[in-house]
Design a protein around this ligand. Structure first.
Ligand code: GLN
Length: 478
C-alpha cells in the first residue's frame, strides 16, 4: 500500500492530478455509501474546489513545500463543524444546520492542504456503541466485512470508511470509546488522545469533561500524521492544554526494547469472547519478541465500576448540553404555537431519538437536588479513585493492554434484542481510560470468522508517543 508520504510527494511533483484523483475518490464514496452508509454528507463541492486550488498551487509551486496533508482526503465525524457543510451530529434536530465556522481541527487540516470529503455517520450525538442509535431519517452504517453486522460506534461511519475507501484518513470523536471500539470492529487504527490535547472548539458537545477528537487510519503512520496536525493549544477551548507539541511520527520507528507492558488481568476471562482473547495474545508475544516486557496487573476499579461511573457522568453532562436544542436557535423547527414549554416539548419529542431522550431523563435525574450527591458527585469521586489507580500502574508500566471489545462485531438482529444496559456493556474495556482522560489506541491484531479483532493499548497522560511506538512494532511484525 502506498504511504501517505509517497502520495503527498506525487501530488507535490505533479505526478498525481489531484482534481482527477479527488473526483474518483468522491465517486468511490458514493458507490460505497450505496451499500454501507458511511457518510451522512459527501462534501463534493468543497472537495473539488479545494482540489482545484491545490492543483493551481502545485502548478505555480506556491505554498506547497511544507504542507503535511497536501491533497490527502480527510473525513470528519458529523459532530465536527465544517463551514457551510451540513453538520448534524447524526440528529434530526440539527438537520439543515450549516455552521458558519470551521472546528479547530478542520482549520488545521485545511491549512495543511487536506481535502474534506464528507461527514461520517454516527450514533445520534455519540450516544451508542453500534451506530444503530442514529437520528430519525439517518441510515445505519454497516460493517465493511459483513453488512449484516455493526461497524461499532459511535464513530462507525469513520471507521468503516477508513477500511473501505482506497485512501483517506478520518477524524473521529470519543467520549467513552467511540474511536477505538469502531476501529476494532472495522480493522483499522484508532488513536484517541489525552483529554485537552486536541481542541474541542467546533465539536458538538456530548459530555464536555470527556469528549476528545482523534484520528483513524489504515496504518498507524496515517493516524500519527493526522494527530500531529490536529494536536496543540487553542485559546478558544478553555480545556485545551497549553504545552509543547510532541512529534508523534518520530515514535513510528523507535524500538520497544525494554518497554514494560501491563496486561489487565480483569479484562481477560469471564465475559470476554475466547476469539478476542486468542487474537490479542499473539500481539503481546510480538511485543515481547521485540524486547518489551509483559506482566499481568490487577486493576480493580476500571472494569468493575467503569460503566456505572461513565454513564452517570456522560448522561449528566449530555442532559445539560442538549437543553440548547429547543427549535429556536439551530436546526429543526415546528409550527410556532402554544406556550414556549409546549413548543419546546414538541420540537424535542419529534426530533430527538429514543436514546437521546433516555439520556436526558437519566442525566436530569442524576443531577436533581437530593440525588446529586448520591449519583453525579459520587461518580466524580470514583473517577478520581480510578485516575489514582491508573497513575499507580503507570509508575511501573509504559502501557496497559486488553482486548478493545469483549465480543466480535454483532449482527443487527442480535443488537435489537439487547436491553439498554446490555448495550452499554459493549464499552466495558474502553470507558475507563476515557473517564480518566488517558490516551488509548486500537491496534488491529487478527481475524476470527472473517471479522477483525483489536487490541487496546492505554498510556499515561500525554504519552501518545508510547502507544504509537508499541502499535507500530505490532504492525511491523504482522
Ligand atoms: N458508547 C458510549 C456511549 O454510548 C460511548 C460513545 C462515545 O464515545 N461517543 O456513550
Amino acid at each position: 500500500m502506498e504511504s501517505v508520504h509517497d502520495f503527498i510527494k506525487k501530488v507535490k511533483n505533479g505526478e498525481i492530478d489531484i482534481v482527477e484523483h479527488t473526483y474518483k475518490l468522491i465517486e468511490e464514496c458514493k458507490e460505497i455509501n450505496k451499500e454501507y452508509n458511511y457518510l451522512n454528507t459527501i462534501s463534493e463541492e468543497l472537495a473539488l474546489n479545494s482540489a482545484s486550488e491545490i492543483k493551481i498551487q502545485v502548478k505555480q509551486n506556491k505554498n506547497i513545500k511544507n504542507k503535511k496533508l497536501l491533497g490527502v482526503a480527510v473525513s470528519a465525524k458529523d459532530a465536527i463543524c465544517v463551514r457551510d457543510v451540513e453538520t448534524t451530529a447524526g440528529s434530526k434536530i440539527l438537520q439543515s444546520y450549516r455552521p458558519l465556522f470551521d472546528a479547530f481541527v478542520i482549520q488545521r487540516v485545511k491549512e495543511e492542504g487536506a481535502i474534506i470529503i464528507g461527514k461520517t455517520s454516527q450514533d445520534e450525538f455519540g450516544f451508542g456503541g453500534f451506530s444503530v442509535n442514529v437520528g430519525k431519517g439517518f441510515k445505519i452504517p454497516k460493517n465493511p466485512f459483513d453488512s449484516e453486522r455493526s461497524c461499532g460506534g459511535s464513530s462507525g461511519g469513520a471507521a468503516g470508511l477508513t477500511q473501505k475507501l482506497s485512501s483517506h484518513i478520518a477524524l473521529g470523536e470519543s467520549t467513552g470509546g467511540s474511536i477505538v471500539e469502531p476501529a476494532s470492529f472495522c480493522g483499522v487504527y484508532g488513536l484517541c488522545p489525552t483529554y485537552g490535547r486536541v481542541s474541542r472548539y467546533g465539536l458538538i458537545d456530548f459530555s464536555n469533561s470527556m469528549d476528545k477528537i482523534g484520528s483513524m487510519g489504515k496504518t498507524i503512520e496515517d493516524a500519527a500524521l493526522l494527530m500531529n496536525v490536529i494536536s496543540g493549544y487553542d485559546k478558544k477551548d478553555s480545556t485545551s492544554l497549553n504545552i509543547k507539541n510532541d512529534d508523534y511520527e518520530k515514535y513510528l520507528k523507535k524500538s520497544v526494547k525494554g518497554m514494560k507492558i501491563g496486561i489487565i488481568k480483569e479484562a481477560f476471562g469471564a465475559g470476554v469472547d475466547r476469539e478476542a482473547e486468542n487474537n490479542v495474545c499473539p500481539g503481546i508475544e510480538e511485543l515481547e519478541e521485540e524486547g518489551a516486557k509483559a506482566e499481568e496487573i490487577s486493576l480493580e476499579l476500571p472494569i468493575k465500576y467503569g460503566i456505572a461511573t461513565y454513564y452517570m457522568i456522560a448522561a449528566s453532562e449530555a442532559s445539560t448540553n442538549l437543553a440548547k436544542f429547543c427549535g429556536m436557535r439551530y436546526g429543526a423547527v415546528e409550527k410556532l404555537e402554544g406556550s414556549f414549554n409546549e413548543y419546546f416539548t414538541k420540537v424535542r419529542s419529534n426530533n430527538f431519538g429514543d436514546e437521546a431522550k433516555r439520556r436526558i431523563m437519566l442525566g436530569t435525574f442524576a443531577r436533581m437536588a437530593g440525588y446529586r450527591d448520591a449519583f453525579y458527585l459520587k461518580a466524580m469521586k470514583v473517577r478520581t479513585l480510578m485516575i489514582n489507580e491508573y497513575k499507580k500502574a503507570f509508575k511501573k508500566f509504559d502501557a496497559l493492554i486488553s482486548p478493545t471489545a469483549s465480543i466480535l462485531p454483532p449482527k443487527f438482529e442480535d443488537i435489537e434484542k439487547l436491553t439498554p444496559l446490555q448495550h452499554y456493556m459493549i464499552d466495558i474495556m474502553t470507558v475507563s481510560p476515557n473517564v480518566a482522560g488517558l490516551p488509548h489506541l486500537n491496534v488491529p491484531v487478527g481475524f476470527e470468522k472473517n471479522l477483525p479483532i483489536g487490541m487496546l493499548l492505554i498510556a499515561d497522560h500525554l504519552q501518545e508517543g508510547k502507544l504509537i511506538q508499541l502499535g507500530s512494532a505490532i504492525e511491523k511484525g504482522k
